[in-house]
Ligand binder design. Structure first.
Ligand code: PEP
Ligand code: MN
Length: 342
């Protein structure tokens, strides 16, 4: 059972409650998450639920022992809004994150930044540390890549999302990134999840390529249990038996996450399909499913991309994607007062 105290309550405000637990020999852990004290009661509690709810210090009691109590929808039924500067993810219109798979050099990065910025992109992606299946593939520019991302940020006023591969690199990446990305291959790197749980910047958590939904949400729980509640989930496709695409984009997960969790979820149709001819239709499908945003790979010269060339959108395709996305958003807003269809 999880007892959520009202924001701003300190340990001495809740002493009477701790006394009850001590006297009855109930085992518990008290921890702080952002500005909120949380009490996790290990064994079944001595008091009935209704009695806990009558304490004025207590905001909410989450009954059962769930595997991901903090990430569960009940923790924040109104939904979490992730803030990146003046941007909001999880509220209002869906947000498009765009940029190259990898930061390759200054010309490529700034050319891409100019292109996406021209289409209204405010949050740009680009990997400086690249997790590659083969050690002989391009593994990114490292810190030099972070510096180039910073340059794009300065020149175009775009916020930056970039991947961190190792717990040791979290402070360095956090210096340059507005959002830290945890990639599919690291979804269950618990040391890394805990490290990003202790920083005060949003985290974009990608689903492991073979992860079930409960495993995905428990990974988010690792981050939240360290105090960081600013998490964006990202569906990026899972491994299945199909041979025509790199992955199978599991769009079922979008409405399912909305039932189970308060965290916003975005969709990455680039890795989800691995084919640029499928990226635009699957982007629109993701928006129709209720995604809070998209993350797409764009390259000024896709055929020359050093990584994921086959899935990168070129300038014309990206322009078409944005046209389609914007008309979806206008349509959605036009209908925003009508009752939901599902
Ligand atoms: C990426 O987005 O750069 C990436 C490597 O994707 P994933 O972790 O989903 O494979
Ligand atoms: Mn990629």
């Amino acid at each position: 059972m999880l007892i959520l105290f009202k924001n701003g309550q300190r340990e001495n405000d809740i002493q009477s409650i701790l006394d009850i637990l001590h006297t009855s020999g109930t085992e518990f852990t008290l921890f702080e998450n952002q500005d909120r004290l949380i009490l996790k009661i290990q064994n079944s509690s001595s008091l009935p639920l209704t009695q806990w709810q009558s304490f004025p210090q207590i905001d909410r009691v989450i009954p059962s022992d769930r595997p991901y109590p903090l990430v569960h929808r009940d923790y924040r039924p109104e939904g979490t809004v992730v803030k990146v500067g003046d941007l909001r993810i999880g509220e209002g219109a869906p947000l498009v994150i765009a940029g190259p798979c990898a930061v390759e050099n200054e010309t490529q990065l700034l050319e891409t930044a100019r292109l996406v910025h021209e289409h209204g992109i405010r949050l740009m992606r680009g990997g400086a540390f690249k997790p590659r299946t083969s050690p002989y593939s391009f593994t990114g520019l490292g810190e030099k890549g972070l510096k180039l991302l910073h340059k794009a940020r300065q020149e175009f006023g775009v916020y930056i999302v970039t991947e961190v591969l190792d717990a040791m690199d979290v402070p360095l990446v956090a210096e340059y990134a507005d959002v830290l990305q945890i990639g599919s291959r690291n979804m269950q790197n618990y040391k890394l999840l805990k490290a990003v749980g202790r920083i005060h910047k949003p985290v974009l958590l990608k689903r492991g390529m073979s992860a079930r939904l409960d495993e995905f949400l428990m990974s988010a729980e690792y981050i939240m249990s360290e105090g960081n509640e600013q998490i964006i989930l990202c569906e990026r496709g899972i491994r299945t038996f199909v041979e025509y695409s790199r992955n199978t984009l599991d769009l079922n997960v979008v409405p399912m996450v909305k039932q189970l969790s308060h965290l916003p979820i975005i969709v990455d149709p680039s890795h989800g399909t691995g084919r640029r001819d499928l990226v635009i239709p699957m982007s629109l499908a993701a928006l129709a499913a209720g995604a809070n945003g998209l993350m797409v790979e764009v390259h000024p010269h896709p055929d020359q991309a050093l990584s994921d060339a086959e899935q990168a959108l070129g300038p014309e395709q990206f322009a078409y994607l944005m046209e389609q996305v914007n008309s979806f958003i206008r349509w959605q807003y036009h209908h925003e007062h009508s009752a939901p269809l599902y």
